[in-house]
Design a protein around this ligand. Sequence first.
Ligand code: AMP
Length: 356
Amino acid sequence: MTDPLPLGSTIGILGGGQLGRMLSVAASRLGFKTAIFEPGGDCPASHVANFHLKATYDDEKALQNFAASCDVITYEFENIPTSALDLLDAHSTIRPGRQALATSQDRLVEKDFLNGLGLATAPYVNVETLADLEQAVATIGTPSILKTRRFGYDGKGQVRLHPQSDLAQAWSDVGESPCVLEGFVEFSCEVSVIAARGSDGQVACFDPGENVHSAGILRTTTVPAAIPASVRMDAVLLAGQILNALDYVGVMGVELFVTPEGLIVNEIAPRVHNSGHWTQNGCDICQFEQHIRAVVGWPLGTGARHSDMRMENLIGDDMDRVPDLAAAGHALHLYGKTDVKPGRKMGHVNIRLSST
Ligand code: AMP
């Protein structure tokens, strides 16, 4: 697939959460149709898409039908089962491609890949047994973080280890599944680069945003990040290097720790990213449009920013703030989720700090 997709083509999106919803809106604005593949009913993306195929990732017939009805397929989460990808791949084009997914689905493969590019990561050791964990703690020390290699998100599948930690308990807490033990990085701040690469190899990055997490969940992103211009440039160059190495097509989130010794890559996400939501109101072309442009073969936007921004996630009871935020005139993006639960991302607000 090299020519741009004709207007009116159908973009398949695997996953029906808020990222799929915002991708769908962007696609629709550019004149494309969207089809959502999502096992759950009444999902955020289904409210704004042309079709919703409600089926599980082991339903071969449904996957084949989905692929047959889509001109290109993209995704809003990286933990898509390999067997489903094999089927979809055989019948349609998947963007970003399989190499990016295989790399980011497994923290060990991801870290090996990043180190292979000469990029710094936290020190890490592969852990497959309790004995491995004991050995890893002897090597890495504490504080450190035990992370499942696969299926972790928003701080889930992670246990922090201290000198007194019960390692057998920690091993049980991660479900005795393959892990990496990571050394704890004493960072001065966390930033991320939302980077895009087009089908012609053009790369465009948004300005790095500064992220604040609590309990492993992103709370706020502020742009510009309070880091020197040289570090900002390093972050953008490093993101471009990752995209090129993966021959990537689409938007990627690159999460970084800023330390006095330089930038350390925490993880990469082969999709639009929560820390890029500020672009919806801080740029002419946001991360969602940028991703759609990439996957349909359009030229990318430049990534230029017209405002300083702060994005705040609305998590659980933060929804109570919506009337006040609306009255204050801020840009609200709500995901249409009916059940408010603690820790659940219900929406976000983009607050313009000043025009640049
Ligand atoms: P992750 O799921 O790997 O993105 O981790 C979620 C958050 O936990 C990060 O954004 C950091 O705030 C923190 N974190 C993860 N890994 C480390 C590390 N090696 N050192 C210090 N903090 C970490």
